[in-house]
Design a protein around this ligand. Structure first.
Ligand code: NAD
Length: 368
């Protein structure tokens, strides 16, 4: 019996997570997926009620769960709140306290949406890349950091890129494990030509490969070249592993190869404990979309595909994850679209309509 914590958050978060709940319910009823669902507030709604974007009680529930399903946080009404209490600060605390050091972002091009990419169809058709970004180290966290005023009155901003052996090795292992279940190839991206931390990154990834995963193919690529190759010939990649800063950019770039923000899931994983279970959080890439919140038009697919990742990575139910992804593909093939992915001749639906269509496709595909 798995424990799932749902944190819908702000804006369209509760709307899209409502559809995820229906999908979870379907898997419970039809496929024997057994779980206990809990709920809590996160983000601006938590700040309004409790004065903090995530409470200690919600954190305790997150720590006790097998997976956290996160909607989205933020909105203009909290723009003046101090940085440490902003809705987005909840995400940083969750990642830090759950020690989620590996961020997985698939860039998967669904055939019916091939025209939504800014690249030529032949470059993206069938595209299936996984970007693994180190999430808790590097320049976003390194010390010293800050802005100082110099004696002549001008200022200097400092951030420090720093990585230690184990931080690199553990995220490299995540990438090699994933590649072993996919097409068996890892590309590691860094700037070893100009950064010592990049050279260490390259050497440590190579060490993990040579000692633990010799049968997986490993390439090293400079991060700037990787950015270029992603738009030149993206299908050459299987799994890309990279640091926090380069991963931030490369994962956004790769994600947009496939079209709309409303389609893109993600997973953040921690280290496995002795029983093999790892802490994990699953969330769409998009934010709270205040411009469309409350209208019932948000695309729930990114959140639903995030649950598919949870089925695969937290609940060891790969066949169910495949089924859910096939259901999404079927709905798209049938020409059903929310506004963000609408095309001429397709049938436009709202958030609940997309949820209905995916449930129907699940039933049709599974024969239940
Ligand atoms: P956003 O992702 O919320 O929206 C960008 C654009 O994409 C908007 O036009 C929106 O309507 C559209 N969009 C996003 N998701 C969609 C969906 N599921 N269906 C249809 N259309 C969708 O980014 P933003 O506007 O830059 O940020 C809004 C708020 O969200 C800010 O407060 C920001 O800090 C926050 N944010 C939160 C997260 C998170 O919770 N992980 C991530 C990014 C931004």
């Amino acid at each position: 019996m798995y424990k799932i914590l749902i944190l819908p958050g702000d804006g369209i978060g509760p709307e899209v997570m409502g559809e995820v709940r229906r999908v979870i319910h379907w898997f419970t009823e039809k496929r024997g997926f057994s779980c206990v669902l809990e709920d809590d507030l996160v983000g601006g709604v938590s700040y309004d009620k409790h004065g903090v974007p995530v409470t200690d009680a919600a954190m305790a529930k997150a720590l006790a769960s097998d997976a956290v399903l996160f909607g989205a946080v933020g909105g203009p009404q909290w723009a003046k709140v101090s940085f440490d209490k902003r809705p987005e600060a909840a995400l940083l605390r969750l990642r830090k306290d759950l020690e989620l050091f590996a961020n997985l972002r698939p860039a998967l091009c669904f055939k019916p949406l091939v025209k939504a990419s800014s690249l030529k169809p032949e470059l993206v058709e069938g595209l299936d890349i996984m970007i693994v970004r180190e999430l808790t180290g590097g320049v976003y966290f390194g010390e010293p950091r800050g802005i100082e005023t110099l004696p002549d009155g001008t200022r200097r901003g400092v951030n420090t890129q720093v990585y230690a052996t184990e931080e690199i090795r553990r995220v490299a292992r995540v990438a090699f494990d994933l590649a072993g279940k996919r097409r068996g190839k890892v590309t590691s991206a860094e700037k070893s030509n100009v950064m010592e931390s990049g050279l260490l990154w390259r050497e440590e990834v190579q060490w993990v490969h040579d000692h633990e995963y010799p049968s997986i193919a490993l390439d090293h690529m400079l991060a700037d070249n990787c950015a270029m190759q992603l738009v030149r010939a993206p299908k050459q990649f299987d799994v890309i592993v990279t640091d926090n800063l380069f991963g931030d950019m490369l994962s956004d770039e790769a994600a947009m190869l496939t079209g709309s923000l409303g389609m893109l899931p993600s997973a953040s994983l921690g280290a496995a404990d002795k029983s093999g279970r790892a802490k994990a959080m699953y969330e769409p890439i998009h934010g709270s979309a205040p411009d469309i919140a409350g209208k019932g038009v948000a695309n729930p697919i990114a959140s639903i595909l995030s649950f598919a990742m949870a089925l695969r990575y937290s609940f060891n139910r790969g066949a169910d994850a495949d089924l859910l992804e096939q259901a999404v593909e079927k709905v798209l093939t049938d020409g059903i679209r929310t506004g963000d992915i609408m095309e001429p001749g397709a049938t436009k639906v709202g958030t609940a309509g997309m949820g209905d269509a995916i449930l129907q496709a699940l039933t049709a595909l599974s024969g239940k």
